[in-house]
Design a protein around this ligand. Structure first.
Ligand SMILES: [Co+2]
Length: 329
């Protein structure tokens, strides 16, 4: 979950930090091959429509919240421009938060069925997070009103759980971030609801493969940009689009920080370092990659109605390679 405004902040930051080595400053200086890409026309599908958003769920008074969720704090949450690097003690806390996020996600996924509303899934996930002594990081983050994000079909990301019942054949990304003992853990998956078209199943499978392969190349001293390279190469094979405006991010004591983890081909310099935690979260589409935002200020949908799938893990860079922190075991 990295908001568009934030990603543009990182872009500016990247340009500012690297303007000497990156002559194409003012843009991400990425290989633009969108014009040559053949766009697969979508079948006539109904687009997802906004439902009713229920009121904010109760928070026990003693819940330890991140700064941005405290009653007295207003404005944009803090987003450091430094990577978040952890010592042994903090790595342990990250493991705990991330494992809980993964467990909540796994549980939320079991609720995906035709007829179930995303509001119900949110409420159940909220309860589990509360009962685990944690806080649902999205809640009140820049006034996001719910505890998880639920993004169905043509919703790219940041969908707000609402009264829309899931339908047979939907795909739904559930994005869970929890805050526990001062650390955030962030993970998401796209789930299949009932009988899903083979064409859409492939989109989901390929997006999962993109994340898996991207993680496999991570390690100390590796260029961040190889993540984008790896994902782009796989997406190209299937002619899928990669959404360009929502990026992975550093995570730890802060929900979002540098570096921006760009999921497509780019030339932004920077190397992974030992003890660093960040997310990788590619979003692939069956067609175009342009987006628009609903009036709720959050829900990002594809402009052309293409379906979108996303997978996300939080990873830790180790001396010996990489550890996926957001696994449920
Ligand atoms: Co995220």
């Amino acid at each position: 979950m990295l908001r568009r405004r934030l990603s543009s902040l990182f872009r500016r930051a990247n340009v500012a930090f690297f303007s000497q080595s990156s002559p194409g400053s003012g843009s991400l200086d990425v290989a633009e091959n969108l014009n040559s890409r053949i766009v697969i026309p979508n079948k006539q599908r109904k687009r997802v429509k906004p439902g009713v958003i229920s009121r904010e769920l109760a928070l026990p008074k003693n819940t330890k919240r991140p700064m941005y969720a405290r009653e007295t704090v207003r404005g944009t949450p803090e987003q450091p421009l430094e990577p978040q690097v952890h010592d042994e003690h903090d790595r342990k806390s990250m493991r705990t938060s991330c494992r809980l996020a993964a467990q909540v996600l796994e549980y939320a996924g079991t609720l995906v069925k035709p007829g179930v509303t995303t509001d119900y899934i949110d409420r159940q996930a909220h309860k589990l997070i509360m009962n685990s002594g944690a806080y649902p990081s999205p809640l009140r983050y820049a006034r996001f009103p719910k505890s998880i994000c639920t993004s169905v079909n043509d919703v790219i990301c940041h969908g707000i759980p609402d009264s829309r019942p899931l339908e047979d054949g939907d795909i739904i990304n559930i994005d869970v971030t929890v805050y526990r003992s001062g650390f955030h853990g962030d993970t998401s998956k796209t789930f299949l609801c009932g009988n899903v078209d083979d064409e859409l199943k492939q989109l989901v499978d390929v997006t999962r493969e993109c994340l898996t392969m991207a993680i496999s190349i991570c390690g100390p001293g590796v260029d961040y940009r190889l993540i984008g390279e790896t994902i782009n190469e796989i997406a190209d094979r299937y002619n899928y689009g990669i959404v360009r405006d929502f990026l992975g991010h550093g995570i730890g004591r802060y929900f979002h920080s540098a570096p921006a983890i760009i999921p497509y081909r780019n030339r932004i310099p920077g190397k992974m370092q030992v003890g660093e935690t960040f997310t990788i979260e590619p979003i692939l589409t069956t067609g175009g990659t342009e987006y628009q935002i609903w009036n709720d200020g959050w829900t990002a949908v594809t402009k052309d109605g293409s379906y979108a799938a996303q997978f996300e893990h939080t990873v830790l860079i180790l001396e010996t390679g990489v550890e996926i922190l957001t696994l449920p075991l």
